[in-house]
Ligand binder design. Structure first.
Ligand code: ATP
Ligand code: MG
Length: 762
């Protein structure tokens, strides 16, 4: 057990305290995940069978990595551990127990598109306006209810929900929720939230099943506990009720999924639910430099809602946080790419040592272009994934339908694909016949002449039914790969793509081939116990953003581009947090309440704490958003970084390409640090093409910028956008960045970097 020597005292204590409830709430990079990993290895070495251990992680990738580490200690046995995300573990259990809930084990997992399409369908049938009942909003509401374990029956019976919906002019929400659940059930389908909701129902209504799993999972471990929702919490609470061997690790400062129902209360409830709870604190950070740890601590101090904890490190002091100021979003891309290249060369780093983190997916474009030009390999996580492409979803829909012919969403997708003369009117007829006879669409289709009468439109339906029946036989007899190839060909999908000789057509054809490769790999993988097509489809349905784009060619040396949300738990030598602008990060949508702003700040904290050696932050002065060029302001979060650890790189602005709209090449627009020195004119603005009056966009902070900070002297009264009124105590002219120490009436003493501070002299 050499690994015990590689742990500090409290870590070792957490690993070896195996019996009874244990909670580790500790700061970023303090070894929480490491403790969990070694704890599992330790349990196994004590003789606990791997199938008695259940470990829940935030992504499937995290589970895989953990398993590999454990394998190094205990060998092949690690394969038999129950490990994965809540959704993947409990969908496996639901498949085994499906009949108990009235489903069959071949149930489909609906993705968000399926759910939305079903909601649209329901709105149409109920004659409701999809502008009032926006499908995404409806879906969120349903999802929120399910994650709080509110069934449609409870929803309809609770006048509070009715009043809320009425106030939002959506009185029919309850009815939609009910219909949605009924239709999913009829289609033998569960959406993501159902996987957790139904597990709760299963454990509530079938005590024998609960007992079985309580005895099976003698040890339950949960990583990233701060991001569990009520539904997840209750599942684990039930499972651990007998043995009480539950170990949770998390960091309240990294809770970033409240919008999906994650509830920090779970941490607080945990102590109440387990009076014998042992808590272990981990305070030493092993990941980052002193500078980064200090800056992260300072930033999170601005949040009122947090459990106070100390995080410190013995690592080197490290270099300053560097701020890159860019003229435009494209310029930001270039500056980051140049800087990244420079860092890579100077320090002999690999591409995989770098991550570029942003608030929203669409920001990746500028960085992708710049990295491509620079010849640096990168991978974008998230966005439109392979499995969301149309041609892939089409083929998957065939597979789904063959396996579960009640799957209505798959049916609608493939009934006339490739075109076989079954138009909307015919589909409508099928739907009506199904409703009238209380049958599924497939039951009508498979006996078309009985339910739809004879007619010209019948024969393509009969052909379709015959084809599906034949596919069903193939799926029974052949392995997943052979069955998928057969269906790709037999359905005519592959031929249709093959005949499309355009560039896009070729790419689509190759994508389908790639899907076939994926099935082949799945079938050939010795680690997969269940090689059925159902198992493959289940795995695909549960792929999360962070699991995508796994390198297949074995070459994993690429820069990672991802949202901060997907970067949780990861670490990189050098991190660029980009787009640090007001309304972008913090996001415009998160400024309405303190709680929302605090969630954004936690997100910033997560981003900072991904960095091991060096952290860069960048922002652009203007950027295209929603099709318009907008002036941007540096984010308030930059103000929150302790200035003594901040360096602003006065980069020459990289050469602008034609598409940029600045006319003054090589010059910044506003607020370069030098602008504040007395020898230079204070604020420069330059005319923009394409925009009549860019200044208008700049309000309300225009006043703050337009004052003349060059005149800033000690003793002056100033107003700061965030801190309010104050008096300048000291101006520090030394160093690269000019800074002022100001005593604010309400916010106390602050030292601010003048190139960022939104100050107005009054
Ligand atoms: P996060 O909050 O970001 O999820 P974490 O608390 O889970 O972080 P880990 O990822 O487990 O932290 O650890 C951070 C880094 O520190 C890892 O590279 C890990 O290997 C290293 N580390 C943790 N504990 C020790 C130790 N005792 N000695 C050396 N390295 C350690
Ligand atoms: Mg971790």
């Amino acid at each position: 057990m050499d690994y015990l020597d590689s742990l500090n005292e409290p870590q070792r204590e957490a690993v070896t305290y195996t019996e009874g409830p244990l909670m580790i709430i500790a700061g970023a990079g303090s070894g929480k995940t490491r403790v969990l990993t070694y704890r599992i290895a330790y349990l196994m070495q004590l003789g606990v069978e791997p199938f008695h251990i259940l470990a829940l992680t935030f992504t499937n990738k995290a589970a895989r990595e953990m398993r590999q580490r454990i394998e190094k200690v205990v060998g092949n046995e690690a394969r038999n551990l129950w490990m994965g995300t809540f959704h993947s573990v409990f969908s496996k259990i639901l498949r085994i127990e499906a009949e108990k809930l009235g489903y069959t084990s071949n149930f489909t997992i609906y993705d968000t598109d399926d759910s939305k399409s079903l909601i649209k369908q329901i709105l149409k049938e109920l004659n409701l306006d999809d502008k009032i009942y926006k499908p995404s909003v409806v879906l969120n509401r349903i999802s929120g209810a399910k994650n709080r374990l509110i069934s449609w029956q409870a929803y309809l019976n609770n006048p509070i929900f009715y009043a809320e919906d009425a106030a939002e002019m959506k009185p029919e929400m309850g009815r939609i929720y009910k219909t949605y659940c009924e239709r999913c059930f009829q289609a033998n389908a569960m959406d993501f939230d159902d996987l957790l909701f139904n597990t709760n129902v299963l454990f509530r209504d079938h005590i024998d099943v609960l007992h079985k799993y309580q005895h099976k999972f003698r040890y339950v471990l949960i990583d990233e506990f701060q991001d569990t929702n009520l539904s997840q919490y209750l599942i684990t609470k039930k499972l651990a009720a007998v043995n009480q061997n539950i170990c949770v690790v998390g960091d309240d400062a990294q809770s970033i999924y409240a919008f999906r129902g994650a509830d920090i209360q779970n941490i607080l409830n945990f102590a109440k639910d387990y009076p014998d709870l042992k808590t272990v604190k981990l305070e030493q950070n092993y990941r980052s430099t002193k500078t980064i740890v200090h800056v992260a601590n300072k930033v999170i101090e601005n949040n009122k809602d947090q459990l106070k904890k100390l995080v410190w490190t013995d690592n080197e002091q490290g270099t300053h946080i560097v701020v890159l100021k860019a003229a435009t979003d494209n310029d930001e891309g270039q500056q980051v790419a140049y800087s990244l290249f420079e860092e890579k060369m100077q320090n002999h780093y690999h591409n995989k040592d770098f991550a570029i983190l942003y608030r929203t997916n669409y920001q990746s474009r500028a960085f992708e272009e710049a990295l491509r030009r620079q010849g640096i390999k990168y991978k974008v996580y998230g966005g439109l994934s392979f499995y969301q492409r149309k041609e892939i979803k089409d083929l998957l829909a065939y597979l789904r339908f063959v396996i579960n012919p009640k799957d209505e969403e798959a049916f609608r997708r493939i009934i006339n694909l490739p075109k076989r003369g079954i138009g909307d009117t015919t589909v409508q007829k099928i739907v009506i016949a199904a409703h009238e006879n209380n049958l599924s669409l497939w039951e009508v289709v498979s006996e078309a002449s009985k339910y739809l009468g004879k007619g010209r439109s019948i024969s393509p339906i009969e052909d379709f039914a015959l084809m599906i029946k034949e596919f069903q036989i193939v799926v029974e007899k052949k392995d997943a790969f052979e069955a998928t190839s057969h269906i790709a060909k037999g359905s005519g999908l592959l031929r249709e793509l093959f005949e499309d000789k355009t560039v896009e057509g070729r790419a689509r054809y190759e994508n389908v081939q790639e899907l076939l490769n994926a099935v082949k790999e799945f079938v050939d993988n010795p680690e997969k116990e269940d090689k059925s097509l159902i198992a493959f489809l289940q795995e695909v349905a549960l792929i999360t953003t962070a699991d995508e784009n796994e390198s297949k060619d074995g070459d994993d040396d690429y820069v990672s581009l991802m949202t901060i949300h997907s970067a949780k738990g990861l670490e990189f030598k050098v991190v660029y947090i980009v787009g640090l602008e007001e309304d972008l990060f913090p996001s415009q949508m998160m400024l309405s309440s303190r709680a929302d702003l605090e969630e954004e700040r936690r997100l910033f904290y997560v981003a900072i704490t991904r960095a091991e050696k060096k952290l860069f932050i960048s922002y652009a002065l203007q950027r295209y958003r929603f099709g318009n060029l907008r002036m941007c302001e540096p984010s308030r979060f930059i103000d929150e970084i302790d200035v003594q650890y901040l360096t602003t790189k006065n980069n020459r602005f990289s050469t602008l390409k034609g598409e940029d709209t600045l006319t003054n090449f090589g010059k910044p627009l506003v607020r370069k640090a030098d602008d504040f020195s007395p020898s230079k004119p204070s604020i420069k603005t330059y005319p923009l093409q394409n925009q009549k009056n860019p200044q208008r966009e700049h309000t309300p902070s225009a006043n703050f910028v337009a004052s003349n900070p060059a005149k800033l002297r000690e003793g002056m009264k100033v107003e700061h956008q965030k801190f309010g009124f104050g008096r300048v105590l000291k101006i520090d002219n030394q160093g690269t960045d000019k800074r002022a120490t100001i005593l604010f009436d309400n916010a106390g003493e602050k030292t601010l970097l003048l190139s960022f501070a939104k100050l107005m002299i009054i």
